[in-house]
Design a protein around this ligand. Structure first.
Ligand SMILES: Nc1nc2c(ncn2[C@@H]2O[C@H](COP(=O)(O)OP(=O)(O)O)[C@@H](O)[C@H]2O)c(=O)[nH]1
Ligand SMILES: [Mg+2]
Length: 215
Protein backbone atom coordinates (compact mmCIF):
# COMPACT_ATOMS: atom_id res chain seq x y z
CA UNK A 1 0.00 0.00 0.00
CA UNK A 2 1.11 3.54 -0.78
CA UNK A 3 0.72 6.25 1.86
CA UNK A 4 0.93 9.80 0.54
CA UNK A 5 1.87 11.99 3.50
CA UNK A 6 1.06 15.68 3.14
CA UNK A 7 1.89 18.20 5.88
CA UNK A 8 -0.47 21.17 5.84
CA UNK A 9 -0.69 24.57 7.38
CA UNK A 10 -3.33 26.86 5.88
CA UNK A 11 -3.75 24.94 2.64
CA UNK A 12 -7.57 24.98 2.47
CA UNK A 13 -7.58 26.06 -1.18
CA UNK A 14 -5.01 23.53 -2.36
CA UNK A 15 -5.94 20.33 -0.53
CA UNK A 16 -9.14 19.47 -2.46
CA UNK A 17 -7.38 20.04 -5.81
CA UNK A 18 -4.39 17.97 -4.69
CA UNK A 19 -6.67 15.15 -3.52
CA UNK A 20 -8.63 15.05 -6.78
CA UNK A 21 -5.47 15.00 -8.87
CA UNK A 22 -3.99 12.22 -6.71
CA UNK A 23 -7.23 10.27 -7.03
CA UNK A 24 -7.06 10.60 -10.81
CA UNK A 25 -3.36 9.69 -10.96
CA UNK A 26 -3.53 6.70 -8.61
CA UNK A 27 -6.71 5.22 -10.04
CA UNK A 28 -7.46 1.78 -8.67
CA UNK A 29 -4.24 1.44 -6.69
CA UNK A 30 -4.22 0.64 -3.01
CA UNK A 31 -3.34 4.02 -1.55
CA UNK A 32 -4.20 6.48 1.21
CA UNK A 33 -3.76 10.18 1.73
CA UNK A 34 -2.48 11.13 5.18
CA UNK A 35 -2.92 14.83 5.84
CA UNK A 36 -1.05 16.10 8.90
CA UNK A 37 -2.51 19.43 9.88
CA UNK A 38 -1.26 21.70 12.64
CA UNK A 39 -4.51 23.39 13.63
CA UNK A 40 -4.68 25.54 10.50
CA UNK A 41 -6.91 28.55 11.23
CA UNK A 42 -8.33 28.32 7.69
CA UNK A 43 -10.00 24.97 8.42
CA UNK A 44 -7.74 22.79 6.25
CA UNK A 45 -8.32 19.74 8.49
CA UNK A 46 -12.13 19.83 8.19
CA UNK A 47 -11.91 20.38 4.45
CA UNK A 48 -9.61 17.36 4.15
CA UNK A 49 -11.91 15.22 6.31
CA UNK A 50 -14.85 16.12 4.10
CA UNK A 51 -13.11 14.49 1.10
CA UNK A 52 -13.83 11.03 2.55
CA UNK A 53 -15.22 8.57 1.57
CA UNK A 54 -14.63 9.49 -2.09
CA UNK A 55 -10.91 9.86 -1.40
CA UNK A 56 -9.17 7.45 1.01
CA UNK A 57 -8.07 10.24 3.33
CA UNK A 58 -7.13 10.31 6.99
CA UNK A 59 -6.36 13.48 8.87
CA UNK A 60 -3.87 13.67 11.72
CA UNK A 61 -4.69 16.77 13.75
CA UNK A 62 -2.01 18.39 15.85
CA UNK A 63 -2.78 21.31 18.10
CA UNK A 64 -0.21 23.88 17.01
CA UNK A 65 2.26 24.68 14.24
CA UNK A 66 5.13 22.38 15.17
CA UNK A 67 7.03 22.33 11.89
CA UNK A 68 6.97 20.46 8.61
CA UNK A 69 9.54 17.79 9.48
CA UNK A 70 7.81 16.74 12.69
CA UNK A 71 4.48 16.69 10.85
CA UNK A 72 5.94 14.25 8.31
CA UNK A 73 7.31 12.02 11.06
CA UNK A 74 3.83 12.02 12.68
CA UNK A 75 2.42 11.13 9.25
CA UNK A 76 4.85 8.20 8.92
CA UNK A 77 3.69 6.93 12.32
CA UNK A 78 0.04 7.11 11.30
CA UNK A 79 0.54 5.75 7.78
CA UNK A 80 -0.41 2.17 6.96
CA UNK A 81 1.58 1.79 3.76
CA UNK A 82 4.78 -0.13 3.15
CA UNK A 83 5.69 2.64 0.68
CA UNK A 84 5.72 6.20 2.06
CA UNK A 85 5.66 9.28 -0.14
CA UNK A 86 5.91 12.89 0.99
CA UNK A 87 4.79 15.94 -0.93
CA UNK A 88 3.72 19.54 -0.36
CA UNK A 89 0.04 20.43 -0.42
CA UNK A 90 0.54 23.53 -2.56
CA UNK A 91 0.60 21.75 -5.96
CA UNK A 92 4.23 22.62 -6.60
CA UNK A 93 4.86 18.86 -6.67
CA UNK A 94 2.74 17.44 -9.49
CA UNK A 95 0.48 14.58 -8.33
CA UNK A 96 0.84 13.02 -11.78
CA UNK A 97 4.49 12.15 -10.94
CA UNK A 98 3.47 10.23 -7.80
CA UNK A 99 2.97 6.81 -9.50
CA UNK A 100 6.47 6.94 -11.04
CA UNK A 101 8.05 7.97 -7.75
CA UNK A 102 6.21 5.26 -5.82
CA UNK A 103 7.05 2.57 -8.39
CA UNK A 104 10.72 3.55 -8.33
CA UNK A 105 11.01 2.67 -4.65
CA UNK A 106 8.60 -0.24 -4.58
CA UNK A 107 10.91 -2.11 -6.96
CA UNK A 108 14.12 -1.71 -4.96
CA UNK A 109 15.47 -0.75 -1.59
CA UNK A 110 15.88 2.88 -2.47
CA UNK A 111 14.85 6.38 -1.69
CA UNK A 112 13.47 8.26 -4.67
CA UNK A 113 13.86 11.98 -4.60
CA UNK A 114 12.52 14.46 -7.04
CA UNK A 115 14.94 16.78 -8.74
CA UNK A 116 14.52 20.43 -9.10
CA UNK A 117 16.35 23.43 -7.83
CA UNK A 118 15.72 24.71 -4.35
CA UNK A 119 17.08 27.60 -2.34
CA UNK A 120 19.85 25.63 -0.69
CA UNK A 121 20.70 22.26 -2.05
CA UNK A 122 23.07 19.53 -1.06
CA UNK A 123 24.64 17.75 -3.98
CA UNK A 124 25.55 14.51 -2.35
CA UNK A 125 24.70 12.44 0.66
CA UNK A 126 27.12 10.48 2.78
CA UNK A 127 26.13 6.83 2.88
CA UNK A 128 28.44 4.74 5.02
CA UNK A 129 31.80 5.89 3.78
CA UNK A 130 30.64 6.48 0.24
CA UNK A 131 29.37 9.70 -1.25
CA UNK A 132 26.12 9.26 -3.14
CA UNK A 133 25.43 11.89 -5.76
CA UNK A 134 21.99 13.44 -5.30
CA UNK A 135 20.90 16.39 -7.35
CA UNK A 136 18.65 17.74 -4.65
CA UNK A 137 18.81 16.08 -1.25
CA UNK A 138 16.65 18.79 0.27
CA UNK A 139 13.62 17.91 -1.78
CA UNK A 140 10.25 17.86 -0.08
CA UNK A 141 8.97 15.42 -2.73
CA UNK A 142 10.32 11.94 -2.06
CA UNK A 143 9.36 8.34 -1.49
CA UNK A 144 10.82 5.45 0.43
CA UNK A 145 10.01 1.97 1.56
CA UNK A 146 9.13 1.99 5.24
CA UNK A 147 11.97 -0.47 5.91
CA UNK A 148 14.45 2.34 5.03
CA UNK A 149 13.59 4.07 8.32
CA UNK A 150 12.70 1.05 10.46
CA UNK A 151 14.44 1.59 13.81
CA UNK A 152 16.03 4.82 12.56
CA UNK A 153 15.68 7.87 14.77
CA UNK A 154 14.92 10.84 12.52
CA UNK A 155 15.64 14.29 13.88
CA UNK A 156 12.47 16.21 13.00
CA UNK A 157 13.91 19.70 12.92
CA UNK A 158 12.78 22.39 10.48
CA UNK A 159 11.76 21.65 6.90
CA UNK A 160 14.27 19.22 5.40
CA UNK A 161 12.98 15.81 6.41
CA UNK A 162 13.96 14.32 3.04
CA UNK A 163 17.57 15.18 3.77
CA UNK A 164 17.21 13.50 7.14
CA UNK A 165 15.97 10.30 5.48
CA UNK A 166 18.86 10.38 2.99
CA UNK A 167 21.40 11.04 5.76
CA UNK A 168 20.14 8.50 8.31
CA UNK A 169 18.04 5.98 6.39
CA UNK A 170 19.14 2.45 5.43
CA UNK A 171 19.02 2.04 1.70
CA UNK A 172 21.28 0.96 -1.12
CA UNK A 173 20.30 3.27 -3.91
CA UNK A 174 18.87 6.71 -4.60
CA UNK A 175 16.74 7.03 -7.71
CA UNK A 176 15.89 10.50 -8.97
CA UNK A 177 12.79 11.14 -10.98
CA UNK A 178 12.84 14.47 -12.80
CA UNK A 179 9.80 16.71 -12.96
CA UNK A 180 9.00 20.35 -13.36
CA UNK A 181 8.53 22.24 -10.13
CA UNK A 182 5.74 24.81 -10.16
CA UNK A 183 5.52 27.80 -7.88
CA UNK A 184 2.55 27.72 -5.56
CA UNK A 185 -0.52 29.56 -6.82
CA UNK A 186 -2.65 29.47 -3.68
CA UNK A 187 -1.76 30.38 -0.10
CA UNK A 188 1.63 31.48 1.20
CA UNK A 189 5.01 29.83 1.75
CA UNK A 190 5.98 28.95 5.32
CA UNK A 191 9.68 28.74 4.51
CA UNK A 192 11.54 31.63 6.11
CA UNK A 193 14.63 32.71 7.99
CA UNK A 194 13.86 30.44 10.92
CA UNK A 195 13.69 27.40 8.65
CA UNK A 196 17.04 28.32 7.04
CA UNK A 197 18.65 28.50 10.49
CA UNK A 198 17.11 25.15 11.44
CA UNK A 199 18.54 23.64 8.27
CA UNK A 200 22.04 24.85 9.15
CA UNK A 201 21.57 23.37 12.63
CA UNK A 202 20.40 20.09 11.09
CA UNK A 203 23.49 19.94 8.82
CA UNK A 204 25.68 20.36 11.91
CA UNK A 205 23.86 17.56 13.73
CA UNK A 206 24.10 15.17 10.78
CA UNK A 207 27.82 15.99 10.37
CA UNK A 208 28.41 15.38 14.09
CA UNK A 209 26.57 12.06 14.01
CA UNK A 210 28.50 10.98 10.91
CA UNK A 211 31.82 11.86 12.55
CA UNK A 212 30.84 10.04 15.73
CA UNK A 213 29.72 7.12 13.52
CA UNK A 214 26.24 7.14 14.97
CA UNK A 215 24.90 6.95 11.43
N1 LIG B 1 1.66 20.39 9.48
C1 LIG B 1 2.51 21.37 9.11
N2 LIG B 1 2.70 21.61 7.80
C2 LIG B 1 3.56 22.61 7.46
C3 LIG B 1 4.24 23.39 8.41
N3 LIG B 1 5.01 24.29 7.75
C4 LIG B 1 4.80 24.08 6.43
N4 LIG B 1 3.92 23.07 6.25
C5 LIG B 1 3.45 22.48 4.98
O1 LIG B 1 4.60 21.95 4.35
C6 LIG B 1 4.50 22.09 2.94
C7 LIG B 1 5.69 22.92 2.43
O2 LIG B 1 5.58 24.25 2.88
P1 LIG B 1 5.68 25.50 1.91
O3 LIG B 1 5.16 26.68 2.66
O4 LIG B 1 5.04 25.18 0.60
O5 LIG B 1 7.25 25.64 1.76
P2 LIG B 1 8.11 26.04 0.46
O6 LIG B 1 7.65 25.10 -0.62
O7 LIG B 1 9.53 25.81 0.89
O8 LIG B 1 7.76 27.46 0.19
C8 LIG B 1 3.14 22.75 2.68
O9 LIG B 1 2.20 21.75 2.39
C9 LIG B 1 2.84 23.45 4.00
O10 LIG B 1 1.47 23.64 4.23
C10 LIG B 1 4.01 23.11 9.80
O11 LIG B 1 4.56 23.73 10.71
N5 LIG B 1 3.15 22.09 10.08
MG1 LIG C 1 5.75 24.88 -1.33
Amino acid sequence: MLSVVVPTYNEAGSVPILAERLHAALGARDWELVVVDDGSPDGTADIADALAPRIPVRVVRRSGKAGLASAVVAGFAAARGDVLLVMDADLSHPPEVVPALADAVAASSSVAARSSRSAISIRCAVMGNALVPVRDATSGFFALRRTVIDGVKLNPIGFKIGFEVIARGRYTKVVEVPYTFRDRELGASKFGRREILQYIQQLGQVARDKILRRI
